[in-house]
Design a protein around this ligand. Structure first.
Ligand SMILES: Cc1cc2nc3c(=O)[nH]c(=O)nc-3n(C[C@H](O)[C@H](O)[C@H](O)COP(=O)(O)OP(=O)(O)OC[C@H]3O[C@@H](n4cnc5c(N)ncnc54)[C@H](O)[C@@H]3O)c2cc1C
Ligand code: FES
Length: 275
């Protein structure tokens, strides 16, 4: 996969609007900045508030120079984004990483878990503009974690919700029905983003059903420049730095990578099991 060699910049941008989506998610629209390079679906930025550490966030949308982010509250830094108000500033740098390659596919199936929705939403927006279609299997833990975004209806032909406890949509996880959806043969590509357990199951199903697929992976990103090694995924003599050679990988890229679905470097630099 080609390494993104495009220009990236560091800018202090104003929060234009902020919308809480349920108890766990916030959507932040940033004011237009014509100097910030255009980003592609799948790419991410490094973002920080005045009080947070810098964290990687996928681009949720980028239209007419305005970037939007979707942030799930998981720990210290992500929580700080919930305290922002209109007019506050966010320091962002990017865009980084590679992107999804889907524009020659008329019909695709997206598989999303939790905040993995962010890059898929951007991809769906771009594809709808080109009159290309997608369905999405959307997984959340429970009704209280579910996010409904008004624009969804315009971007997807079919939206199927899953919750672990069945409190919204079907009971279970998107991969429970993935094989059945692939067998309809309506899709030429599967695109997945979310928890690694879900990605690993999706990868196994796509490999077995011999369908093309692309996966957006997450690892601990510190530098985002390919220098520190904290985001490496490896195994069987292969290694990728998620920050520059990813975050998007094909079925074949992930073949034989022993870490996939099992291990990652944590913030202390130790390899630990993926939970
Ligand atoms: C390429 C990429 C794109 C992402 N896009 C989004 C997005 O669009 N929306 C969203 O809500 N989340 C996204 N994340 C995850 C987000 O970066 C983490 O949730 C965030 O860094 C957590 O920081 P924290 O201080 O709140 O939590 P902490 O308490 O510090 O950590 C909680 C967990 O978050 C993960 N994490 C912590 N720091 C990092 C880091 N620097 N890099 C990667 N993971 C980390 C670890 O698994 C950790 O166990 C993305 C991650 C990557 C790698
Ligand atoms: S985050 Fe430093 S090499 Fe990828």
């Amino acid at each position: 996969m080609p390494i993104n060699s495009e220009r990236h910049v560091r800018k202090l941008l104003n929060v234009k609007s902020i919308e809480k989506l349920g108890s766990l998610y916030v959507k932040i629209d940033l004011e237009k900045d014509s100097e910030f390079p255009p980003s592609k679906p799948g790419q991410y930025v490094m973002a920080m508030t005045r009080d947070s550490e810098e964290i990687p966030l996928s681009v949720f949308n980028h239209i007419n120079g305005e970037i939007s982010l979707l942030i799930k509250k998981v720990g210290y830094s992500s929580s700080k984004f919930f305290e922002l108000n209109e007019g506050d500033k966010i320091l962002i740098r990017g865009p980084y990483g590679n992107s999804f390659k889907t524009f020659n596919h008329r019909n695709i199936l997206m598989v999303s878990g939790g905040s993995g929705l962010a890059p898929l939403h951007f991809l769906a927006c771009k594809r709808r503009k080109l009159n290309l279609n997608q369905d999405i299997l959307l997984g959340f833990k429970s009704l209280s974690e579910t996010i409904n975004i008004n624009s969804f209806k315009n971007h997807f032909k079919r939206i199927i919700y899953f919750t672990d406890n069945g409190s919204h949509g079907e009971k279970g996880v998107p991969t429970d029905k993935l094989g059945t959806f692939i067998e309809t043969k309506r899709y030429s590509l599967v695109v997945a983003s979310g928890p690694e357990e879900m990605l690993y199951k999706t990868w196994k199903i796509c490999r077995e059903k011999k369908i093309n697929a692309q996966f957006s992976l997450e690892r601990h990103i510190k530098c985002s420049l390919g220098l520190c090694g904290s985001c490496i995924i490896e195994g069987n003599g292969k290694a990728y730095r998620i920050c520059v050679e990813g975050p998007v990988f094909s079925v074949k890229d992930l073949e034989g990578l022993e870490d996939f679905g099992k291990l990652k470097f944590d913030e202390t630099g130790r390899k630990s099991p993926i939970t």
